[in-house]
Write a protein that binds this ligand. Structure first.
Ligand code: FAD
Length: 466
């Protein structure tokens, strides 16, 4: 490790040990960890003018995410728990076409507590534990150039001088520029067949009200739903709602590009809910100011066989490596696992980027691709989702489809939460044994290639508000 001091005002000519590109959940979690490695000269750069806190989103942090965060710094978990609500039960409602009819309700206790917390509150918890002089906002990365002989990478920015580092970590989200530079032939984010509207709003008393520990989903059909709603308490008297509608292609309100407070977005959601006669959800949306509603198309990224380039000098982390369908709620949790494993690899192998990348990829690539593919199976991808489901049925033909889905969900939660001890599989289990997971990933790679013609990808630069 080299200089203990953080970068000077401009950093010109200076070569950092580590440069994190992207100050979202994954990049900040890693930054908190790096703060415990004295002597390492590192910096985090973020495109936005300040670290983002407004997304209208909530994340659910389960045991795997909490474990990873605890290892990075126990204060993160202490503070997350201060702001989060504890979810203990899940309720899935399927409403009949006749709004006067009785919904089918599938209620079950969660195998482990889920801490549900506003995305912005999580960002703040992490940012508070990072030394401000280590963070430079207003740095929109444009790509990088490797100087192999010198053993460092120059990262390029819009209207800002290059910054050089020996290890560059691309934590720049689903539209990652670092990933585009690393894999020029990568097809870009894949549209998952959903448009999504969500908000968090302050509802005094909501976090202590009866049912505030319930993770509630409401759909208009058990399998081929066109609308799905999430209602979840986000802690500190904040209530989260999300309305997700299937859509053949990205379809933003008024031909725009989504984001916060899109004029007409609230009316669009209300109109669909009105058609369904879901008065209770309409009340929730009606009570939300349009400026607090976020409109997004849903994207993921195809699993990559490797997350590093240039002899380990450039590595991906979080959504940049493995953006996934949010159904199983693992996007942030896996980003926290990445941050934890990257921290361990740097701690053990610095200043050897090749060894860092090797250890990190060994720990992460296989596990993340399983989770990505599992999530894709829950999404709305033409051909692929049913193909993935068929794989599971072939594996256990004696288990009826509906039972299999529920069993798998439970088993996957157990496996995910067994991080890090059993991170490559639960020996002897039905769906998540190391052998079953290996076969699953191999099947999904072939199925993804087979169905690629029916999947819509978009160059990262053209996507708004992912
Ligand atoms: C509606 C919704 C619900 C979700 N629910 C859950 C859940 O329940 N549980 C869960 O675990 N996850 C959930 N997620 C996913 C989770 O939010 C993401 O997986 C997580 O934020 C990924 O972290 P990240 O650091 O990789 O990316 P991000 O948090 O997206 O951060 C990327 C950062 O990079 C910056 N950046 C982008 N481009 C550049 C550039 N060119 N130069 C410099 N900086 C750049 C961005 O401004 C941003 O700050 C949900 C996501 C959505 C949209």
């Amino acid at each position: 490790m080299t200089n203990a001091e953080p970068a000077g005002a401009n950093g010109l000519g200076q070569i950092f040990d580590v440069l994190i590109v992207g100050g979202g959940l994954g990049g900040l979690a890693l930054a908190v960890g790096l703060g415990h490695l004295p002597g390492l000269n590192w910096l985090l750069v973020e495109a936005a003018d300040e670290l983002r806190t407004a997304t209208g989103t909530l994340i659910g942090v389960g045991a795997n995410g909490l474990h990873a965060l605890e290892c990075l710094d126990p204060r993160i978990v202490e503070n997350v728990k201060k702001y989060a609500q504890v979810g203990t039960r899940a309720e899935g409602h399927v409403r009949p076409a006749d709004p006067a009819g009785e919904p089918e309700v599938n209620a079950m206790p969660l195998s482990q507590q889920l801490h549900t917390i506003r995305w912005g509150a999580t960002q703040r918890v992490l940012a508070e534990l990072v030394e401000p002089s280590r963070v430079r906002c207003g740095h929109k990365c444009r790509g990088y150039t490797v100087d192999e002989a010198a053993g460092h990478v120059a990262v390029h920015f819009k209207d800002k001088p290059d910054i050089k580092a020996r290890l560059v970590i691309g934590a720049d989200g689903v539209r990652s520029v670092i990933r585009s530079s690393m894999c020029p032939s990568d097809p870009g984010p894949r549209f998952l067949g959903y448009m999504n509207w969500n908000a968090v709003r302050h509802v005094p008393g909501s976090s202590s009200a009866a049912g505030s520990d319930v993770i509630k989903t409401i759909r208009d059909s058990k399998t081929d739903f066109s609308v799905m709603v999430y209602i979840i308490n986000a802690g500190c008297d904040y209530q989260f709602w999300q309305v997700r509608m299937t859509s053949a292609s990205p379809c933003f309100t008024n031909g725009g590009s989504g984001g916060g407070g899109v004029p007409g977005s609230k009316a669009r959601v209300m109109q669909r809910l009105q058609q369904l006669g879901w008065q209770d959800i309409m009340q929730e949306v009606e009570a939300t100011d349009e400026s607090a509603i976020y409109e997004r198309a849903m994207w993921d990224r195809l699993p990559l066989p490797a997350w590093s380039a240039a002899g380990g000098h450039v590595v991906l982390l979080g959504d940049a490596a493995h953006a996934m369908y949010s159904g199983p709620g693992q996007g942030a949790r896996t980003a926290f696992e990445d941050a934890h494993q990257m921290f361990l690899a740097i701690k053990q192998h610095w200043p050897n980027p090749a060894a860092i990348a090797a250890q990190y990829e060994e720990a992460r690539v296989h596990r993340a691709s399983i989770i990505q593919n599992y999530a894709a199976g829950m999404a709305n991808l033409a051909g692929l989702s049913s193909d993935i489901n068929a794989f599971w049925q072939q594996l256990h033909p004696d288990t009826p489809d509906a039972d299999g889905r529920t069993e798998r969900f439970r088993e996957f939660q157990l496996w995910l939460n067994s991080y890090p001890e059993k991170m490559h599989g639960l020996p002897g289990s039905k769906y998540t044994s190391p052998e079953a997971l290996k076969a699953f990933v191999e099947h999904c790679a072939a199925a993804t290639a087979q169905h690629s013609a029916s999947q819509q990808h978009m160059p990262s630069s053209k996507i708004s508000c992912a």
